[in-house]
Ligand binder design. Structure first.
Ligand code: ARG
Ligand code: ZN
Length: 853
């Protein structure tokens, strides 16, 4: 059944309060609920329907009188009085049988929950929709030592604990955790003097890996006060680490639950990347307390209201805490590699979709990351002051409410008087706008003409122009700025802007000459720029652009030109790319992380996207071969400089995860990967032997595996970390990611037979299969073996964990770009999945969208 945004209607009752009692037992947990309802004056009325799935109804009563509701697989309906009434009900559920990891389930010996989006209905009968908000009181009865829920602790004793959450919340923010856990504690005093007890709860043995999460949490709390004036609102803030978790983390009120991979860190077990991600995800979930919890979504179509905004806020936090240009480049890389891919294929959907079958399928890179880009564009368009004023107004107006994108935008149009109706198209139109730029120079004036067009996407053949904020500057051909960054708002299909260069030259004391535009600075809009420029211009911008993002972008364009030519059998002049590398590596003003980003080639999937957009049928093996050839040549050409950079960027002393040290390691390890191609892996072997932290040992191991070596090191690593789940995930993932194209499927298949391949644990499943899908040449190897293997495993996983299976099917969404043989094999694999009897709604929806039926 398809749900449509246009069908929204409020729930006919309001909930005044919810009292829950849990009698925990793995196979037969009893859940008792008492819910006070009263008629919703804003509703036209309707039947009393409560969601509920997989529940054994023990008893139900209305105002103390037993009732016999009509029960279906989706919920129950029941006759109720006209006025306010008390609903009481008892159900039984089996957390131990819950392998879907949605609702109340067991992660090892501990009880835990995941309710977003619609998991609460697997716990008890309830109006499980985000616009029904209520204060919750929870009593947990169990012999387990630690019993946690949302809000503040109010009572506890032998075998029970009680929690009270005074802040009205939707059911998707409910959480409960019970188990043998230990806490690492800290505290934070808010700027108005509230003392908040912080704790990270982990399994005994993991206590030593919690410090970074706590540091990150305190930094996030302080940042949200300083930048948005948002304070925390309970006496306690708990974080729990869970090994079996479908997603990354969850912002349940006062009780955030995290995939353990995104909380636990120690120098020996976590990489610099892990530290950075943990910091960002801790911040993300904490920031949800205001953007998501205090102000929530009216319905799930509005998911980007909380996710786009919260991603934007966590990006801002990282950019303030670390390096802003580096963060912007990382975000653009992610957006362009994954979101542009989604937007350009059969799964394309608007940031605010208009219909869905299974909402879990819409926790996508489009809703999250493109959603964040829309927030960033809005801020750019209204300016920093109006941005803060608009946010303040939004919080003030809607605190305690469940609202829409229209409400969000109204805060900004009210603050600025600006009409945001055209801007709103960004939320409704799928697809990546292409922005073509053309220059015209008459000797004194420069005219830039912009043409925008958004390609058709499923269900949306026609597109209207959107508002594109284009940040641009003009550089003098001798270097140096002729005009600093200005904002051009492109809102027509075609629009021009003219600069009086003679006048600009006079004002900057230069001679009149054709300037070099630097367009879409800071990646000011999520568009694909179509701006053919010469290699000389790219080289010039790489050397001289004053905008760091575009400087990096210029280097990337050089690499892209070379790879595109070589992957299509043409000859390319690599010299300008190498000259650019040399100049960047030798520039003392650039930071190490930035240099590492310049040195990284566009990913193979990115190149497939590029070639496809240019009208080619990409050949994944040719792309892989081209990338390998360029890397080999880089190593040969730049060997002394790479060796020197590698040496100069070793970080002495004990491991510290700060951005500067991490940046130096990143650069040194980029050099190491290249140098391994010429030194036979000698440096990498030494680094592996001497490493005292995971960043260094994993980078060394990856360098060795990539050159077809490192089997002894891989075995040593596997034995040493055999008992560490998080590190073993890396061990599984790395082998598949680094496998040569012809070995990737076989490597993955071999690993599925490893005794530690616990495929029901999402992290382990993804370690093998996300890595396989991410190894572009391996996934698309001509035999089709990887397609077959993934399909086999998705068919197996689907009945166990539909959410993870459905997400992983997306690996096939690129089929329309490839040649007939690959298309046929990919479609056959999809067809086989589709034909599986009893396929979940989650996976069925994904397969049918991917196939375009
Ligand atoms: N709200 C969580 C977050 O982004 C993610 C929840 C994922 N849930 C899901 N059903 N996919 O912080
Ligand atoms: Zn989120």
């Amino acid at each position: 059944r398809t749900i449509h945004l246009k069908d929204y209607a409020p729930f006919p009752w309001l909930v005044e309060r919810v009292d829950l009692t849990f009698r925990l037992s793995p196979d037969a947990t009893r859940v008792l609920s008492r819910v006070a309802f009263r008629p919703n004056p804003d509703s036209a009325g309707g039947p009393f329907f409560l969601h509920g799935e997989g529940l054994r109804l023990i008893s139900a009563a209305v105002d103390g009188t037993l009732v016999t509701p009509e029960v279906t697989p989706e919920g129950l309906t029941c006759a109720v009085p006209d006025g306010p009434f008390l609903w009481e009900c008892e159900v039984e559920i089996a957390p131990s049988a819950n392998t879907a990891l949605e609702g109340l389930y067991m992660a090892g010996d501990m009880f835990t929950t995941q309710c977003e989006a619609e998991g609460f209905r697997k716990i008890t009968y309830y109006p499980d929709r985000p616009d029904v908000m209520a204060p919750f009181r929870v009593r947990i009865e169990s012999d387990l030592p630690v019993l946690l829920s949302n809000g503040n602790p109010v009572a506890s004793g032998t075998g029970f604990a009680e929690w009270d959450d005074p802040w009205p919340k939707p059911a998707y923010l409910f959480a409960l955790v019970a188990g043998e856990l230990v806490a690492v504690r800290d505290s934070f005093t808010t700027r108005s003097g509230r003392e908040v007890a912080l704790a990270v709860w982990v399994r005994p043995g993991d206590e030593g890996r919690c410090d970074w999460a706590l540091e990150s949490l305190k930094a996030s709390m302080a940042w949200d006060e300083a930048v948005y004036g948002r304070e925390y609102d309970l006496d306690i803030f708990n974080i729990v680490a869970v090994d079996d978790f479908n997603a990354g983390a969850m912002e349940n009120k006062g009780l955030n639950i995290f995939n353990s991979a995104l909380v636990l860190a120690s120098p020996e077990t976590a990489t610099d990347r892990d530290y950075e991600r943990i910091e960002a995800v801790i911040a993300h979930e904490y920031f949800h307390n205001w953007t998501g919890n205090r102000v929530t979504c009216r319905d799930w179509f509005q998911l980007c209201l909380k996710e786009g905004l919260t991603v934007y806020r966590d990006q801002q936090f990282t950019s303030d805490t670390r390096s802003a240009p580096v963060k912007r480049i990382e975000d653009a890389l992610l957006l362009r590699s994954r979101q542009f891919r989604e937007d350009g294929g059969p799964l394309a959907h608007p940031v605010r979709p208009e219909s869905f079958v299974e909402i879990n399928n819409f926790y996508t890179i489009t809703v999250y990351e493109k959603g964040a880009e829309l927030v960033g564009m809005l801020k750019r368009l209204v300016g920093d002051n109006a941005w803060r004023a608009g946010c303040d107004l939004y919080f003030e107006r809607h605190d305690g409410q469940a609202v829409t994108i229209e409400d969000w935008l109204a805060a900004f149009s009210d603050v600025t008087g600006r009409d945001l109706s055209q801007f709103q198209r960004w939320y409704a139109q799928a697809g990546t706008p292409r922005l073509a730029v053309e220059e015209a120079w008459d000797g004194a004036k420069l005219t830039l003409t912009f043409r925008q067009a958004t390609p058709p996407t499923p269900g949306q053949p026609e597109k209207a122009p959107v508002v594109i904020p284009v940040a641009l500057g003009l550089l003098h051909p001798d270097g140096g700025e002729l005009m600093g960054t200005t904002l051009v708002e492109v809102n027509e299909a075609e629009q021009s802007v003219t600069y009086d260069v003679a006048d600009l030259a006079r004002r900057t004391g230069r001679e009149v000459a054709r300037p070099v535009p630097s367009v879409l600075r800071g990646f000011s809009a999520p568009v694909a720029l179509d701006y053919p420029r010469s290699t000389e211009t790219h080289a010039f911008l790489l050397a001289h652009d004053t905008d760091p993002f575009n400087r990096w972008e210029a280097g990337r364009s050089l690499a892209r030109t070379v790879l595109a030519a070589e992957a299509t059998g043409a000859r390319a002049d690599r010299a300008p790319l190498f000259a650019g590398y040399r100049a960047v590596l030798q520039d003392p003003s650039l930071d190490a992380a930035f240099k590492a980003l310049v040195l990284a080639l566009p990913s193979e999937d990115d190149m497939a996207q590029t070639l496809h957009a240019a009208g080619h049928t990409p050949d994944p093996l040719a792309i892989h071969a081209a990338a390998e050839a360029v890397r080999d040549a880089t190593a040969r050409e730049l060997e002394p400089l790479l060796a020197q950079t590698h040496r100069a960027n070793q970080v002495p002393g004990p491991y510290r995860p700060d951005a500067a040290s991490a940046g130096r390691r990143s650069l040194a390890n980029s050099c190491l990967a290249l140098l391994s191609r010429t030194d036979g892996g000698e440096r990498a072997r030494r680094q592996f032997a001497e490493a005292d932290n995971m960043t260094q040992s994993l980078a060394a191991l990856a360098s060795l595996l990539t050159i077809g070596d490192g089997l002894a090191e891989l075995a040593t690593f596997g034995e040493h970390w055999a008992d560490d789940r998080l590190v073993m995930d890396k061990w599984f993932a790395l082998q598949v990611a680094c496998a040569a194209p012809e070995d990737a499927a076989a490597t993955a298949e071999r690993l599925t037979r490893h005794p530690a391949f616990h495929w029901k644990t999402p992290n382990r499943f993804r370690a093998v299969f996300s890595s396989l899908a991410g190894n572009a040449a391996g996934f698309h190897a001509p035999s089709g073996a990887a397609y077959e293997l993934l399909a086999d495993w998705l068919i197996r996983l689907d009945p166990v964990n539909p959410q993870v299976a459905a997400r992983s099917v997306a690996a096939f969404d690129s089929w329309p770009r490839y040649d007939a043989a690959r298309q046929e094999r990919m479609r056959a694999a999809l067809g086989r999945i589709a034909a599986t009897p009893g396929l979940s709604r989650d996976t069925a929806e994904m397969v049918s969208r991917i196939l375009g039926d």
